[in-house]
Design a protein around this ligand. Structure first.
Ligand code: AHG
Ligand code: MN
Ligand code: MN
Ligand code: MN
Length: 337
């Protein structure tokens, strides 16, 4: 029987029951995340009316000027997720330290890392934004959670997902058993399964990169992008298209639908010559989803999910998408050494 049209809660419950009898908590946590994302969708949708667009007066630990909505959506996530005893602690792109569960509330066995509003530079120009999350297990929730509890490789994730607040609100989810896409049906206020078993085509002719950084890239990435631009007249003997939304959620969603490659590579412009994107909040959850959909994700030198994190807010180069294109770039990095 087709699963299309099932609510996210029903789908997760059924999927979890098949794999793990002790997973009620995870279903409950995903339901809480879905509730938070519905609230955020509503807030984003009405932001011009309620006057919560625009910048705030503060900077986050990443050194970015926070949008008012970066702070508000962070608070929505925290409030929605800290009450039901599923979590031991949280970390957020917008908050420097670990967000502990208040003493008077029950604690659970999971940890969550989230980017409450991805693509927030797009909020004032009415382009899609999103929320990204990664769920890990906490080895010991009986004491206060520490940084090293969170500093687990991406391979340890038990669930990852993201929401896109676009023409429709969608949630993309993996629990390590493929990738499924759910659309928010505003008539019933539920996410329903519309995109089962999402897979990324192995070949592609579309790249996503912020080309204004070109002069800061390594030669392997320069070579790859130059060959794409040369099209039929160059090495690749085929034409490529380019897209760059500047909301990772949208760029990755497009790749899940029609393939392609996304790069925010290592560049000499970023502090410590790293990339821009954050390992815990962006790179790891997106890598888990992309790999589960049959794609690959790398820094150019190393599988992203194999990185042992050293800092909650560390940044990494990200190259992900269609398998054959990512393999080609890895090869260019190796040839460049
Ligand atoms: P955030 O809004 O959470 O800080 O993330 C923005 C990220 C990502 O969504 C996007 O791919 C990238 O930054 C865009 O960066 P540029 O503005 O440098 O192109
Ligand atoms: Mn930001
Ligand atoms: Mn982001
Ligand atoms: Mn963000």
């Amino acid at each position: 029987m087709s699963s299309i049209g099932k609510s996210i809660n029903q789908f997760i419950n059924e999927q979890q029951n098949k794999t793990d009898s002790n997973s009620d908590d995870l279903s409950g946590l995903i339901a809480d995340i879905a509730s938070a994302c519905k609230k955020i969708a509503h807030l984003v949708n009405r932001s011009a009316i309620t006057g919560i667009g625009g910048a705030s007066a503060s900077e986050n630990v990443q050194g970015e000027v926070q949008k008012k909505l970066d702070i508000i959506t962070n608070d929505v996530m925290v409030e929605q997720l800290n009450h039901h005893g599923h979590l031991a602690a949280m970390i957020s792109e917008e908050i420097e330290d670990i967000i502990q569960i208040p003493e008077h509330l029950p604690k659970g066995k999971y940890l969550i890392a989230f980017d409450p509003l991805d693509g927030s530079s797009n909020i004032d120009i009415n382009i899609s934004v999103g929320t990204i999350f990664s769920i890990l297990r906490c080895s010991d929730a009986s004491r206060e959670v520490r940084s090293d509890d969170f500093l687990q490789a991406g391979t340890e994730q038990i669930c990852a997902g993201f929401c896109v607040y676009g023409p429709t609100t969608m949630m993309i989810l993996t629990t390590g058993n493929g990738v499924n896409g759910f659309t928010l049906d505003s008539e019933i206020d539920e996410f329903v399964l519309t995109h089962p078993d999402m897979t990324i085509p192995e070949d592609a002719a579309e790249f996503a990169v912020n080309i204004s950084n070109q002069r800061f890239w390594e030669s392997s990435v320069q070579r790859y992008i130059n060959e794409c631009i040369q099209g039929v007249d160059g090495e690749r003997e085929k034409n490529f298209n380019m897209r760059w939304v500047a909301s990772m959620v949208s760029d990755v969603y497009r790749i899940l639908i029609r393939g392609g490659i996304f790069l925010y590579p290592l560049d000499t412009k970023s502090a410590n010559s790293s990339g821009k994107l954050r390992l815990m909040y962006e790179a790891n959850p997106m890598s888990f989803i992309v790999e589960q959909a049959g794609g690959l994700s790398t820094t150019g030198y190393q599988r992203i999910m194999d990185i042992k994190p050293t800092d909650l807010h560390q940044r990494v180069p990200v190259i992900l998408g269609s398998k054959n294109e990512v393999e080609r770039i890895i090869r260019y990095h190796q040839e460049d050494k």
